[in-house]
Design a protein around this ligand. Structure first.
Ligand code: HAM
Length: 409
């Protein structure tokens, strides 16, 4: 048997990099006062159909949907809708202040697998719900910038845009629909369909053939009303204050329907075709779309953890083993078991080997990249001394228990 297409096993030592990245990320979230939310891996299909939008690629062709005795359920393709569902269900609006939530975990999309694109992939994301202010958008972008740098990602490009409030956006979509209707038969089949169902999606299509037509379409900035213009200008100003460089890209409309006002993406050069390392934006109408009576404006992002790790993997060292304990016979093995317990109590990583010959023990200590190997046999036990080898230099010494502990701690 093999892992299903588009899924993969994360084995050591790569899993060590994942853990270190997640540790760093949790620390950064704490410094921005974000708290973790864990939502279910599957939800009612309607949550995504309404929240993300029935005409998006995600909902129309990429979801893992199944029938559960008459209920239609879906493996989450993203987590913003799930977090908003939880926010509404648990009345988090009644808690003090803005709700700042982060999550880590797997998402599922039935996309064509390739480097950096999987059917089960992982996101590191955050959502700030309760306030419609450009202040929060800018801090959210700063948070991504800080997270990427804390994990060692340098040189990511930040693209930002505004898709306006629902009124400006609708005016723009109507205009696109009209303009695209005239050139429909020159478009690729996918874009010809989108030109009717969801014209915004034509803008982020990757069809090279349609590029010349797309280039003639108007910019959404011509359709933003004053409130939307001000929101966007404020976000840009707050980014300037923070010294965070960005490029305004009027074509950045993002592949999910819930966005209003700010949208943004971070791209990274080392990733090849799948170069979006993070996507996000504001979603002021999502709560109402999924059935809330109360508005709950929010803004958030998701970093593709698989892609983040691809970008930084080489800069992480392997975990390494502190001590390889090599007993040469049964009595020494029993002695070593207690020694191992004491060392582990001090937080050291210890491999306690089964009794074996000295040469074999040293070979394994070397292969396991132990920092120190300790050999214990009859002689050592009688003399109260351990044969200690520092693997990097090859030096061997006889040390008492106290000396040994002092050396390796
Ligand atoms: P998204 O742009 O669909 O946004 O996904 C965010 C990131 O997830 C992408 O930039 C990419 O790094 C990663 N990603 C997406 N699909 C795959 C895949 N098949 N394989 C590997 N990585 C992938 C969202 O999901 C929104 N929920 C972001 C958001 C949060 N907006 C507001 N709050």
């Amino acid at each position: 048997m093999k892992a299903v297409k588009g899924t993969r096993d994360i084995l050591p030592p790569a899993s060590h990099v994942w853990n270190q990245v997640e540790e760093r990320v949790r620390q950064v979230f704490r410094t921005f006062n974000y708290q973790e939310i864990r939502t279910p891996i599957f939800e009612e299909t309607a949550l995504f159909a309404r929240g993300v939008g029935a005409e998006t690629d995600i909902v129309s062709k990429e979801m893992y949907t199944f029938d559960d005795h008459g209920d239609s359920l879906t493996l989450r393709p993203e987590n913003t809708a799930g977090v908003m569902r939880a926010y509404i269900e648990h009345r988090l609006d009644q808690r003090p202040g803005i709700q700042k939530l982060f999550y880590l975990g797997p998402m599922f999309r039935r996309e064509r697998p390739q480097k950096g694109r999987y059917r089960q992939f992982y996101q590191i994301g955050a959502e700030a719900i309760g306030v419609d202010s450009p202040v929060v958008d800018a801090e959210m972008i700063e948070l991504v910038d800080t997270l990427l740098k804390a994990c060692g990602v340098e040189g990511a490009r930040l693209l930002i845009n505004s898709v306006g409030d629902p009124a400006s956006r609708k005016a723009y979509v109507d205009e696109l629909r009209t303009r695209l209707a005239g050139v429909k038969d020159q478009l690729s089949p996918d874009n010809a369909r989108r030109a009717e169902t969801n014209p915004l999606r034509v803008l982020d299509s990757k069809e090279a053939k349609d590029e010349p037509i797309i280039a003639t379409l108007p910019s959404i900035h011509e359709f933003l009303n004053d409130a939307a213009k001000k929101h966007f200008a404020d976000v840009c100003r707050y980014l300037d204050d923070r010294g965070i460089p960005y490029e305004v890209n009027p074509r950045l409309v993002r592949g999910l329907d819930y966005y209003t006002h700010t949208t943004f993406e971070f791209l990274h050069g080392a990733l090849g075709a799948q170069n979006a390392i993070c996507g996000g934006g504001r979603y002021n109408g999502l709560a109402e779309t999924i059935g809330s009576k109360l508005p709950a404006p929010g803004v958030g992002f998701s970093i593709g953890e698989d892609r983040l790790i691809m970008a930084v993997e080489d800069s992480f060292s392997e975990p390494g083993l502190d001590v390889y304990l090599a007993p040469l016979d049964e009595p020494s093995f029993r002695h070593c078991a207690l020694l191992a317990k004491e060392m582990r109590g001090h937080g050291l990583s210890v491999e306690l080997a089964a009794p074996t010959k000295p040469r074999r023990a040293m070979e394994l200590a070397d292969k396991l990249k132990a920092r120190t190997a300790v050999m214990v046999g009859d002689n050592e036990l009688n003399a109260g001394l351990y044969a200690v080898k520092t693997m990097a230099t090859g030096t061997q010494e006889s040390l008492t228990r106290e000396q040994l502990l002092a050396r390796i701690l």
